[in-house]
Design a protein around this ligand. Structure first.
Ligand SMILES: [Zn+2]
Ligand SMILES: [Zn+2]
Length: 606
């Protein structure tokens, strides 16, 4: 009855690009592309006496097309529920949605929301549990979420690393440069240090061009001067930012051809079909691929063309005679074509090919029952139960039931098939190679893991280095206090002049005045520096200026994460699963602003 209406079923056709996983997830789960609900089903859903009839109608449709889930139709029910005049009527449509697609998280989320509106806590609790279970078994959710979260994490790391370097470099570079100059004999100190440093940097950039090399070089030069607390945190964010290269690479798989193929398999597993989808499958998979034959068979069956469905599944069996999935598809189609003997023959092969497949034994038992071969039926059923009693019970709870008919279980597309696409070799997409070039990774094919190792080694050496002979800054006037030039300073923290000033030892008026001015100038400069830091880099600048502080670290990390989230929500919206593509850029923006306000307000009090 609903066949014609469902014939044009499609979730949607959006070309895969950088945003596609997010957009399509949103489209899928918002029900933006729901079908029009057949009028008969609408009437059945609204009439309380006809609930059983609706369940029967949905069962018929499922058995006809070999569906395990029918998300496009479930979306149609959700649309109706949304525009229903009251939560009570919405609840009826939601029941239909759950019947159509029991393993789709969105239907449970919508039911949960509606049950809360009705204060129906029993239903709310059950829907919440179903939502949790279905969400964590949804293959696309399990791919997209970790990739997105790790992208946000790495972006935050990169932002934090940049914040650290920008605030640390001006302060520590001149100390490094003083010590570097001291390595040269006195008569060469005028030009040679600058020239040799410029030459060294150019040589490095000639071999490894790009921002990344410059960035790491700058970090390595000052590493040994950093207080150890800062060094540890800086190393951590540097490593994370370098690893973001791998995450970018993985994201490219989701957005390139492997992701597209993977997503097509996912769509079919969700009950999508229609001529648009068939065209996309034909474009993404070549004719002799097993996946193509499998998808062709499924889509033909959903279209109602059992002969083509059978043919495609048999083509696959010529290629892979022991493919139990293909055997089961053939068996189920033969059963639909009222050929139980043929179906039994195929299923007997299936259980031989896959003796651990409970569903093959279950269906074989059903077919024996149909032939009234009850002894064999029982043996097969016991085998199925022994293999996976839980899966069997789970299936039986939501299996379509048509009184007086024996139905075979429809095998799901294996999740491994969806995942395996992502491990196929990939052509790096355009935007990604641009990003890599920016980091300077195009010339040398080193992996980010080696870079992470290099960072750890260099920073480890900097941590362990003997710092007693390194210069420091005088905390009073900011001048560089060199342990070589003035080996016997009076104080480890103050330059000799400032020490004399403090201890009011014999200093003439001119010198005293000059010293006071130098101290004042440095104090002004440093407080300006701090102020700019607290405005631009909440948390980090104070962590550096104060040499630590848990509050500063937390503020800095919250700031980096919210900035990453904000940027991310603009360029690649992170869908919050069941309420659509809302990645809440405003939420990120508010947190970001708060971080800056807190930083400026607390900075003023210093
Ligand atoms: Zn001083
Ligand atoms: Zn010196």
């Amino acid at each position: 009855m609903s066949h014609k209406a469902a014939g044009g079923a499609k979730i949607n056709r959006i070309r895969l690009n950088w945003l596609k996983p997010a957009l399509v997830m949103a489209a899928l789960f918002l029900g933006a592309n729901a079908l029009a609900l057949p009028a008969e089903w609408k009437r059945l859903a609204e009439d309380p006496g006809d609930e059983a009839k609706l369940a029967l109608a949905i069962s018929h449709e499922k058995v006809r097309g070999g569906f395990s889930d029918m998300v496009p139709l479930a979306n149609a029910f959700l649309e109706e529920a949304k525009s229903a005049p009251s939560p009570e009527i919405a609840a009826k449509y939601l029941k239909g949605a759950v019947l159509c697609a029991p393993s789709e998280p969105l239907v449970h989320a919508a039911t949960l929301k509606n049950a809360v509106a009705l204060s129906d806590w029993d239903t709310a609790f059950r829907s919440g549990k179903h939502l949790f279970d279905t969400l964590w078994s949804d293959p696309w959710f399990l791919i997209a979420l970790p990739v997105r979260l790790s992208l946000a994490f790495c972006l935050a790391g990169t932002i934090a690393a940049a914040g650290f370097l920008i605030t640390l470099f001006p302060y520590y570079f001149s100390i490094f440069f003083h010590d570097y100059r001291d390595l040269f004999p006195v008569r060469f100190r005028r030009y040679l240090p600058n020239a040799s440093l410029a030459l060294g940097v150019s040589v490095v950039l000639a071999f490894v061009p790009g921002i990344l090399a410059l960035f790491l070089l700058a970090a390595f030069l000052i590493a040994v001067y950093l207080p150890r607390k800062i060094l540890v945190l800086f190393t951590a964010v540097l490593v994370v930012s370098v690893l973001s290269l791998s995450v970018l690479n993985y994201t490219a798989r989701l957005t390139g051809a492997p992701g597209e193929r993977s997503f097509l398999l996912y769509r079919v597993s969700k009950g999508d079909f229609g001529s648009d989808l068939e065209r996309e499958v034909a474009a993404a998979f070549s004719e002799n691929e097993s996946e193509r034959m499998l998808l062709d068979s499924i889509l033909a069956r959903r279209r109602g063309d059992l002969d083509s469905a059978l043919q495609s599944a048999r083509f696959l069996l010529i290629k892979e005679p022991e493919n139990d999935l293909a055997l089961m598809y053939v068996g189920n189609i033969l059963h639909r074509q009222k050929d139980p003997v043929g179906a039994i023959g195929v299923y007997e092969e299936a259980v031989k090919a896959a003796p651990d497949n409970w569903m093959a034994f279950y269906n074989l038992s059903m077919l024996y029952t149909l032939r009234l071969n009850l002894v064999n039926s029982q043996t097969a059923m016991q085998a199925a139960e022994a293999l996976d009693a839980r899966a069997m019970q789970k299936y039986e709870i939501s299996a379509p039931v048509i009184p007086g008919e024996i139905n075979l279980a429809e095998p799901h597309l294996p999740v491994s098939l969806i995942y395996s696409q992502l491990s196929r070799p990939v052509e790096t997409s355009g935007w990604l190679s641009d990003a890599w070039r920016l980091f300077g990774v195009s010339k040398f094919k080193f992996t980010p893991y080696y870079l992470a190792g290099l960072i750890l080694v260099v920073m480890g050496l900097a941590w362990g280095a003997n710092r007693s002979r390194l210069s420091v800054r005088c905390i009073s006037c900011g001048s560089i206090k060199c342990q070589k030039c003035h080996p016997r300073g009076r104080s480890p923290l103050l330059c000799d002049a400032c020490w004399s000033l403090k201890n009011a030892s014999n200093m003439d008026e001119t010198n005293l005045k000059r010293r006071r001015e130098a101290v004042q100038a440095w104090t002004r400069k440093f407080s300006r520096f701090r102020k700019a830091g607290s405005i631009l880099f909440p948390g980090f600048s104070r962590f550096i200026a104060e040499g630590g502080g848990v509050f500063n670290v937390i503020l800095g990390l919250v700031w980096a994460f919210s900035l990453a989230w904000f940027l991310f929500s603009l360029f690649a919206p992170l869908p919050v699963y069941f309420y659509g593509a809302a990645s809440f850029p405003w939420g990120a923006f508010v947190i970001l602003t708060l971080c800056h306000v807190i930083s400026i307000r607390t900075g003023e009090r210093l």
